[in-house]
Design a protein around this ligand. Structure first.
Ligand code: NI
Length: 195
């Protein structure tokens, strides 16, 4: 196992469409996934796609805790690596709603930044595990968000390309100011509603 170097925005490997995996049970795929898991945990990421470690294949991994405060800074900074790890090979997403919800995202290939990204709130995803067996799950909220983010990497799409307002692309160190401002705004709205 090894901690791999992570490609950063601008490298062509992040902009291309990745190739399907012919055999999900192949030893080189198992070795790749083992290194991706070690790399993701070392970098404190919630997910990682193979192109991010310079391998243009349709493989993603992610850890989606069942509950996570969408705007909670502490929760946003530290991912729960005890949550079940999912390995998804040749994934496909079926969107189950027209509802999009904005949420703050970061990406190990876009270090130091956060962006407010609209994502579908409910999806069905399918793919294969390392055992070659099919995986099929419905996902909502953060779980649905992380799957959409990681699968975008396989089609050469980074989260800033999904943003509708680049005024919401900010430095990670400033996120707390945005969250505090939003909290105060919500409080003022509540007060005027109560009055
Ligand atoms: Ni990413």
């Amino acid at each position: 196992m090894a901690i791999l170097k992570i490609a950063r925005m601008g490298h062509p490997v992040l902009a291309r469409v990745a190739e399907p995996v012919a055999d999900p049970t192949a030893p080189d795929i198992r070795a790749l996934v083992a290194d991706m898991v070690e790399t993701m945990i070392d970098a404190n990421g919630a997910g990682l796609a193979a192109p991010q470690v310079y391998v243009p294949k349709r493989v993603v991994i992610f850890q989606a805790p069942p509950e996570r405060a969408p705007e909670g800074l502490d929760e946003a900074e530290v991912f729960d690596h005890t949550a079940a790890l999912t390995v998804l090979i040749n994934p496909e997403i079926e969107v189950l709603t027209t509802e999009l919800e904005p949420g703050w995202e970061g990406c190990l290939s876009v270090p130091g930044l956060r962006g407010l990204v609209p994502r579908y709130t409910e999806i069905l995803y399918r793919g294969y595990g390392l055992d070659g067996l099919p995986v099929e799950r419905r996902a909502r909220g953060f779980h649905a968000r992380v799957v959409q983010h990681e699968c975008d990497h396989l089609d050469g799409v980074l989260y800033p390309q999904r943003m509708t307002d680049l005024g919401e692309l900010i430095f990670e160190s400033e996120v707390r100011h945005r969250i505090e401002a939003e909290r105060q705004k919500a409080e003022r709205q509540k007060e005027s509603a109560d009055a």
